[in-house]
Every structure is written in C-alpha cells, then in structure tokens.
Design a protein around this ligand. Sequence first.
Ligand code: COA
Length: 317
Amino acid sequence: MKIIGTGSALPALRVTNDDLAKFLDTSDEWITTRTGIQARHLLSTEDLYDIAVDASVKAIKASGLRPDQIDFLLVSNVANLHVTPGLSAIVQKRIGLTCAGLDINVACAGFVNALMLADGMMKAGHAKNILILCAEEPTKYCDWKERDCSVLFGDGAGAVVVTEGTAFKDVKLTMISDRDVLYYERGMETTPFEKEYIKGQPLVMKGKELFRTAVSESAKDINALLKRNGLQHGDIDWFMLHQANKRIIDGIRHIVGGPDEKYPTVIQKYGNTSSASIPIMLDEMIADGKVKAGQKIVMSAFGAGFVSAACLWEWEF
Ligand code: COA
C-alpha cells in the first residue's frame, strides 16, 4: 500500500489562547507552556460535513484518480451530530463517490487503525483505491464552561487516497481497556422501564494519567516496531506523532531518541484535532516538499480507550 494523494481542511474561525482567556479562567502562558498550543480552528459557520468533503475532494484530486475509481471509503470519526447513519454514508454522495464505506471509532488513533484496515482490504482483494477520511469535531464534546479540556482541542479534517504499493511496512496496535481515563457520553432516549433519564456527560479526562500512559505506550509501540524491523531511531526520517501535547511529543522523543527536527508539529496552530491530526500534518509536509521517496517514516497515535497505534513506511509516491 502507498499514499498517492492527501488533502486537509480546517474551519475558517481561528481562536487564540487570548481569545479563550476572555471567558475562561486561563491564560496564553498556561496553555502554551503546558501544551505548546497557541491557536485552534473551530467550526462556526460551516459544519463537520463541509470540511470532511473539502479534505476528501482535495485528496482525490491530488491522487490523480477520478471519484468513480475510488473503491471504498473508510472514515475515522469519534462523534458527530449523527449517531446514525455513519459519517461515510452522510458524505459519500457529496464527495462524488458511489462505492461502499464504513466508519471506525478508535479515538485519536483512528488514522493508523484505518491504514491497517485499508492495507488488509487491499491484500484480501476487496479494494484497490481507498479514500481514508479522518474528520473530527472534538470541540463539540467539551464542556466550554470548564478550562481543563476545552483549551486542548480543535476541529479539522484530513484525508488520504491509498492504493497498491509496498510503502506501508508494518503496524502495531495496542488497547488497554480503561474507560475512565478519557470519555464522552451522549444522552440517550429513556424507556418507560428505566428510573433515570440517561443524560450526556461532556468529555472527562484524567490528564496526568493520560499523559504518562501516552508517553510510555507510544514509545513502547515505536521501539517495538523499530526493533522488529531491524531499525534504529537514526534510520527514521520523520516521526509523525499524534498532536495532543508538545510535551507528550517531547516525552516520547526522549525515550525513542532523535533530534526535535525529526518530530514535526502542527499542534501550535491547530490544537488536538483527534484522528485528523496526523493526516493534516502529512498533507502540509507533502505540500512543503518535506516528504520524499525512500524516506522512512513512523506514525504513532494514542487516545481514549486507552488505545495506541504505530506504523512504519518507506515512502513511495
Ligand atoms: N488554564 C489554567 N489552569 C488550568 C487549566 C487551564 N486551561 N486547566 C487546568 N488548570 C489547572 C488545574 O485546575 C490544576 O490546578 P490546581 O493545581 O490548582 O488543582 C492545574 O492547572 C494543573 O496544572 P499542572 O499539574 O501543571 O497540569 P499538567 O502538567 O498535568 O497539564 C494537561 C495538564 C491537561 C495539559 C496535561 O495533563 C495533558 O496534556 N494531559 C494529556 C491530555 C491529552 O493529551 N488529552 C487528549 C488525548 S487524545
């Protein structure tokens, strides 16, 4: 499998830390030093479906394929307005696709998990050209009266078109079942047989625990991936890590090794855009000419579950 087209889309509204400090008990200094985030983009005039379609259309255009040549649509999304139908069904026609699709929810690790599924589908002969779309609006499940979660997230969409090739070398997935570390509950209808109305619960996060687990498990995944492929950190050109916190990225780097320049970031501009963070960053790096054929690239992400996932590429165009 290889990636032949990328696209991304951010909402128009850019909100800085100082903008947040106007209505939350927070400061640019606190957010910047604890997370590296300076700004994020929030959905306001457009909706998630608009940016999902925008990123997808750009990725298909960049791939040089026509929409009717896409065999399958694989969508990563944690939550959106619709519990059903899935996001893939909502955006399929607007992207100009007629193929089947499915949605996955592996939290912020959704992109790497989708890559693993796409690779397996290709090897099994189910599809040749697959559009992977990661579209997320985590700002819609934060409590905006509280400062602990709302300052961390941003909305965004990233998409890639994958086709047959040999660039995708290996993948490692981890799940440690622990709902309490990070969760969001949507309200549900109540049957006449229940005592209590089941109301929703905005995002709850055990920040310090999540921080520690993210650093240790991501580093473990990456080191295992390097070891079983006979590689050292110095052999890797880019470590494209999930953009949740610059200090988490630094923590992983201290264990795995390598200079800061090999760990690119977009978190300062976009905050944590969940599973969209790696494909958005990849799209920008390709546009900037930073990704070149033959480079070895590690992608690694973690999120609610607790889940983490890492994969290895030897880049082909
Ligand atoms: N502005 C100002 N103060 C804030 C704040 C904000 N936005 N959010 C929390 N605080 C306060 C807390 O109330 C707490 O105050 P207290 O000490 O009086 O109780 C204090 O800051 C905690 O600070 P500190 O211990 O320095 O926080 P931290 O180093 O653990 O950083 C996180 C907090 C959330 C940035 C960090 O734990 C983290 O990034 N965790 C992982 C989050 C994540 O990645 N989530 C998504 C996963 S996909």
